[in-house]
Design a protein around this ligand. Sequence first.
Ligand code: DGJ
Length: 758
Amino acid sequence: MAIYYNSSPTPQFHIQGKDFSYILHVLPNGQLGHLYYGRKIRHQKNFSHLMRQVPRATLSCVTEGDLAFSLETTQQEFPSYGTTDYREPAFQVVHETGHRISELIYVSHDLFKGKSKLDGLPATYVEDETEATTLKITLRDEQSGLETILSYSVFEQTNALSRQVKYCNTGQGRLELTRALSMSVDLDDADYELLQLSGAWARERHLEQHHLRPGIQSISSTRGTSSSQHNPFLALKRPGTTEHSGEVFGFSLIYSGNFLGQIEVDHFNTTRVQLGIHPFDFKWILDATEQFETPEVILVYSNQGINEMSETYHRLYRTRLARGVWRDRERPTLINNWEATYFDFDEDKIVTIAQTAQKLGVELFVLDDGWFGQREDDTTSLGDWYINEKKLPNGMPHLVNRIRQTGLSFGLWFEPEMVSKKSRLFQEHPDWIIEVPGYHHSHGRHQYVLDFSREEVVDHLFEQMTTILGSADISYVKWDMNRYMTEIGSATLPYERQQEVAHRYILGVYALYERLIEAFPAILFESCASGGARFDPGMLYYAPQAWASDDTDAVERLKIQYGTSIVYPLSSIGAHVSAVPNHQVHRHTSLATRANVAFFGTFGYELDITRLSFEEQEEIKQQIHFFKKHRKLLHTGIFKRLVSPFDGDGNETAWSVISGNKEEALIAHYQVLARPNPRLKRLKLSGLDPEKNYRVNGNVYSGDELMYIGLSLPEPYTGADLQQKSQQGDFSSILYHLVAVRIEQNYLEKTSFTKVVN
Ligand code: DGJ
């Protein structure tokens, strides 16, 4: 892993990761060009021959007398508007005179070990300087004094490359940034399929793919959060690339607000990929000496399929984006009262649930919405973060003590960014909401968005939350956010800064998280936004786990969790067993299948367990025992997707987790509908050691057989010999635990099919 520098004929930089090369250079006009991103190549003294210059009479050209040098045909690294390139630029600056031309010319660069921090923004980090190498390139527009510093960090032994930009006004006048993306790169051709994670409430992060076509295609959010409609991630894969073979390029934005991910395929078949804060309704004023940092993008390269790309993201986001004491700690099995009680609870009900849960092995009780103000339904009290005396007359410390006495730890729900009009907070500060004075206030779930771009609002929330969190032994916070923004405006910003509100809002959210984490470092934060509407890498920096979806149905969860796993590690995916019929889709699935899906996330329960039969409670006890035994493997092992619910008729899904040393694995197979006289099936595993032998259900198989021939699934979930009900009929599932066994050499050669005792 290295970053090479060639000084002539113009400066060239060759960033080498484990398997990739990324090469950029200074163009003849001083701007920054791109030469190559793809499979690793050896370093050479000069790469300038890679630049394509093709004289064409129809081109707009840079230099008089030269018909070949046009930015239109040149792969660029940080394209600007208005010269000879007609594609969309990486940035746009309106200068004091009103013109929009910037000539960003290479000034200098800096190469060092380690990685810089970002001010007020979430970002990946290193614990030791040797973990990454960073290149910073400074470009400057002499006329205006606009400087941009492009940062590239390559993480050692990985295929992850970080990109980010700092815009600085080093001149005298005012600059208006109207587009400030985090990255742009021009790839050589357009033979790619775009892979994106799109959806809606209750069906978040479904996998969508299509071949690139000429013109612009994009994913975005203008809703104030990253949204459930599109995740701030896209990947380009070569046709034919599968989970386990082929080339794929991932782009993931570490940000939680409005974003744009855009692909532009031009008439020369070049593909421009861009990612960053959405330029729509965005403008940032940079007065003299001011700077603007963009969020970070993580590019991941894989030439061994989509799963390998995911593994790189999982490792990086789990170990070098997530922080704090909970990063590496085993996560508690929790019970959340939302789907058990909704708003209808009192102290005794809560304590009874906790007592029952404790007997079954649950470790954390989470009190969800409804514990504060006058909250009896969703029309009131957001913003009034003091105890609801009607429901909990003895106060928070008393309740927490009673829960703690059952042996469980205690967690609490907040929705800090919101206010109800029926609240004390709104009565006292009606101007604290995001609004445009004089215009109608649209609502979402009867609530309004607090203006987190204002420091005093963030201060107030910090005080309110600190008072509650400091009043009792609270070890977990679920931070919810249940509506998108409308009528975006802030009472305190001047008119020319109103388009800064959406980004300033997110900075305010990050600031509050940071202050709370600092004040309560032992608290485990779980982020949430109407389920998974803000499930993004930005949030993972503050909250190592996130509620993936309000849809808790096991069958729906297969798609949601499969899609989520494309970028996010299992240790971040909140997944609960809930009641049947399911509250979102009214489906009946077995308790075993519900758990078999939820195990592959941060596991918990969200139902009234006091109402379950003795047999069901006993089954839950077994499930919790199983999860505790395997949670380390589940959260730190290597996740392999095996059968996609997005393929074919979607009737089957399979995935697995393998320990780093390949000694152990958990394999899960799910079938939506039972089929008569079905096809015979073998499940080809992945990621095992071909040289090792594994015990599965009492039999021993070689790793190579399990991967290349496959594991025979039981007679398709209808056979009478199946031990578990979960393996019969519709919505069936089966879990295998594989353990490597040491057996006499040549044992498999000598033995036809042998049952191993133990
Ligand atoms: C939306 C969340 O996704 C749910 O889990 C629950 O916390 C509700 N909000 C409470 O209002």
